[in-house]
Design a protein around this ligand. Structure first.
Ligand code: NCD
Length: 311
C-alpha cells in the first residue's frame, strides 16, 4: 500500500501506513540535509508556490528550503501585499495562481476549512500549512518523526499535550496522528483551554500539571494563542505560568528520560521556562525544526510522484 493522495490537507485523511511511509522517506532527507551538499532533483521542473495568509517564520522557511533542496522553482507570494488586500477573494487569488500552472501549492490561512476549499478549485497538489484551529499536518508529522527518533518507536507511549489545546491546530493534528499510532494521550490545561469535548479523541483530560505529567514519555507544550482569544481564558500570564508553565519541578513528575517539545514560537516564562527550553538534555525543540525540513521534503516528494503518475 503506497501513499496515494493528491493533497496533504490533514492527518485525518492518512492511514497508519501513509504516516510511516512519510516518516521513513523523511529519514533519508534528514541524512541528506546533514551533508555539506544537500541537493536532489526530485522536484526539478516543478513549480511550488507558498501562500501564507498568516504570519509564519519556521513553517514558511522550512517549506521554502525543502522545495529548493529538491530542485523545485519556489515562489513566496507576499500575501500582505497581494490583491487580497484589494478585496479579491481567496478563490479568485487561487484561480489566478492556478492559471500559472503551479504543481505544488503550500497554503496557510486563518480560517478552518479554507485550505480544503481551495484544494477543490485548483489542479495542483495542495499542502495545508495550517488552517485556523483545524489542522497542521506537517507539524504533526515532524513531531512524530522527532518522537520516533528520540524514543525509538511511535506507539504505546504516554504523551502529554499541555496548555492551549482549544485554539491549537497543532494539538488537533497531533491528537489524530498519535491516536492513529496507538499512543495514550493526556491533555492538560484549565477547562477554558481544554474543553471536555476533546475526550472524543480518546484522550484523558487533566486540570493539574503535576497529576497529568506523572510518568509520561513525552511532554508537548503549546503556545498560548493570544491572537485567537477574545479575552477571559486565563486570569493572568503570571498565574498561568505558575499553574501550567512547564519548569524543572513539574517535569520531575514525568519519566526521567521524558522529552520536552514545543512547536514554536515560544512564549518564554508563560507556557515554558526558558532555561528548560534550552536544555539540550531534555528539550528536542531544535530537532523539531530540523525534522520539519525533512518531513516537508518527504511530503512534497510523495505528492510529486503522484502528480507525475497522473500526468
Ligand atoms: C504553530 C502554528 O502556526 O500553528 N506554529 C508552527 O507552525 N510552528 C503553533 C503556534 O503558532 O503556536
Amino acid at each position: 500500500m503506497r501513499f496515494a493522495h493528491r493533497h496533504l490537507l490533514g492527518i485525518e485523511h492518512l492511514s497508519q501506513s501513509d504516516i510511516t511511509e512519510i516518516l521513513d522517506l523523511a529519514e533519508t532527507y534528514v541524512d541528506m540535509n546533514r551533508q555539506s551538499t544537500k541537493h536532489s532533483d526530485v522536484l526539478s521542473g516543478l513549480t511550488q508556490i507558498n501562500m501564507f495568509f498568516e504570519n509564519s517564520t519556521r513553517t514558511q522557511a522550512s517549506f521554502e528550503l525543502a522545495g529548493k533542496r529538491l530542485g523545485a522553482d519556489v515562489m513566496n507570494m507576499a500575501m500582505q501585499a497581494s490583491s487580497i488586500k484589494k478585496g479579491e477573494t481567496l478563490i479568485d487569488t487561487a484561480m489566478t495562481l492556478n492559471a500559472m500552472h503551479p504543481d505544488l501549492l503550500v497554503v496557510r490561512h486563518p480560517h478552518s476549512g479554507a485550505v480544503d476549499l481551495l484544494a477543490q478549485k485548483v489542479n495542483c497538489a495542495v499542502l495545508n500549512a495550517g488552517d485556523g484551529k483545524h489542522e497542521h499536518p506537517t507539524q504533526a508529522l515532524l513531531d512524530a518523526l522527532t518522537i520516533r527518533r528520540a524514543k525509538g518507536r511511535l506507539h504505546r507511549l504516554n504523551i502529554a499535550i499541555c496548555g492551549d489545546v482549544a485554539h491549537s491546530r497543532v494539538a488537533r493534528s497531533n491528537l489524530i496522528l498519535l491516536g492513529k499510532m496507538e499512543n495514550r494521550i493526556r491533555l492538560i490545561g484549565p477547562p477554558t483551554l481544554v474543553p471536555n469535548q476533546f475526550a472524543e479523541f480518546g484522550a484523558e483530560i487533566y486540570g493539574d500539571m503535576n497529576e497529568g505529567l506523572k510518568d509520561v514519555d513525552v511532554v508537548m507544550m503549546l503556545r498560548l494563542q493570544k491572537e485567537r482569544m477574545d479575552g477571559g481564558f486565563i486570569p493572568s500570564e503570571r498565574e498561568y505560568y505558575h499553574r501550567y508553565g512547564l519548569d524543572a519541578a513539574k517535569l520531575a513528575q514525568a519519566k526521567p528520560d521524558a522529552i520536552v517539545m514545543h512547536p514554536g514560537p515560544m512564549n518564554r516564562g508563560v507556557e515554558i521556562d526558558g532555561t528548560l527550553a534550552d536544555d539540550i538534555n531534555r528539550s528536542v525543540i531544535q530537532e523539531q525544526v530540523e525534522m520539519g525540513v525533512a518531513v516537508r521534503m518527504a511530503a512534497m516528494d510523495l505528492l510529486a510522484r503522484n502528480l507525475r503518475e497522473a500526468a
